[in-house]
Design a binder for this molecule. Structure first.
Ligand SMILES: O=C(O)CCC(=O)C(=O)O
Ligand SMILES: [Fe+2]
Length: 263
């Protein structure tokens, strides 16, 4: 990644990186997704390509560049097979902190193992929207044309990814077709070590997952990246997740009033 990319990322809140992973890597990950679906096993319960992806050199290189030399931790990974008829997902962002004005960076890698070809669903991104201080689903029910100048990403080679500042507003707009070619999707996320973050709460076995990732880590750096030291305690996590969406509009309002007062 060159300097220009970094500047573009800071301005627009996302970057498209084509063909980051080889076809073999993609096929292996796709086979693992198929196995998860067939057996009901969750990802990251085995030492496999999903586990390796978290500290894959190509991913860490992008993290190093975009995190600006600040250390970071793995936050979560989801993987899925999207099929014909998959529903749209409204405008949202995936930034986890109610912190204002978003001085701690969180990154999401949206990885399209089988690429994007205009079928099943396309990714829409609003350039520059990471600077808005809004609740994650504030615009979830708005039309796709609610934002002017959104970027449509619907053609990507297999193994491509879109790395976004997690506060950047994006959505998935359903498209027809795709009966014979599912959309294999991985969502992988990291946060800067500069503060404590809400712990991933999508799985009850998450503590075990992190412990195993640490055991399986290929080296000290990988072990650091999966370390469980940047997250709230379970109790703080509970209160934080309940308060987060109340805090954001309040803080934004206070800031706005404050600014208006001194204008
Ligand atoms: O399916 C996609 O392309 C994006 C999905 C997404 O934004 C999400 O899962 O948070
Ligand atoms: Fe998202």
């Amino acid at each position: 990644m060159n300097k220009l990319d970094r500047k573009k990322f800071d301005e627009e809140g996302f970057l498209v990186l084509e063909s980051v992973f080889s076809l073999e890597e993609c096929k292996k990950l796709q086979r693992e997704i198929e196995a998860h679906i067939a057996t009901g096993l969750m990802p990251l319960t085995k030492k496999d390509a999903h586990q390796e992806l978290i500290t894959h050199n190509s991913i860490l290189k992008v993290c190093d560049e975009l995190m600006g030399g600040v250390g970071f931790r793995f936050h979560h990974l989801h993987s899925a097979r999207h099929e014909e008829g998959m529903k749209s997902m409204g405008w949202h962002h995936d930034y986890e902190l109610a912190d204002q004005p978003r001085k701690h960076l969180m990154l999401h890698f949206l990885i399209y193992l089988s690429g994007l070809n205009g079928e099943i669903g396309e990714l829409l991104v609003v350039p520059g929207s990471h600077r808005m201080l809004v609740k994650s689903r504030q615009f979830f029910k708005k039309d796709f044309d609610f934002f002017e100048g959104y970027k449509v990403i619907d053609k990507l080679a297999p193994g491509s990814l879109v790395v976004i500042n997690s506060a950047t507003i994006h959505s998935r707009r359903a498209r027809s077709g795709g009966g014979n070619s599912p959309r294999y999707f991985i969502d992988l996320s990291y946060c800067q070590e500069t503060t404590k973050w809400p712990r991933y709460c999508g799985r009850n076995d998450w503590g075990n997952v992190l412990a195993n990732l640490s055991l399986w880590a290929k080296d000290d750096r990988a072990r650091l990246i999966v370390r469980d030291d940047c997250y709230f305690t379970p109790l703080n996590n509970y209160f934080y997740s309940r308060l987060r969406n109340i805090m954001i509009p309040k803080i934004s309002k206070i800031r706005k009033n404050f600014k208006a007062f001194f204008a």
